[in-house]
Write a protein that binds this ligand. Sequence first.
Ligand SMILES: [Zn+2]
Length: 106
Amino acid sequence: MTHIARIDTLCSVCSENMDGVFYSPIAFISLPYCHECYGSREPYWLLTAYFATLADTIADLRPETSRLPVGAQRLISNSLEVAGKTREQFYEDVMNKVKSFYDQHD
Ligand SMILES: [Zn+2]
C-alpha cells in the first residue's frame, strides 16, 4: 500500500477524517470538511481572516455590542470550541489582521 499524505484527508477544522471537499459557506475556497463541521464551524485561520473583513473594532465582534447575525455568533462560538481558543484570543487575532490589512497601505 502506498503512503498517501494523510493530512489531505483530514477535516480542515477538527482534523478528523473528512467527508468531502466543499465550498466554505463564508469564502470562495474549497476545503476538506467532515459532516459535523461543514456549515457549523470553520478553520481558525479562515474565521479570523473572514471576520477581519467585517469588523473594525472588538465591539463589532462582541455578542453584546455587535450587529453580526446570531448565526455568525454561533459560527464563531462553535469554531473557537474546536480550535481551543478563547473569545479574547479571537478578538486579538482578528484585530491584528485588521491592522495588518491596512498597515500595508500606509
Ligand atoms: Zn470536522
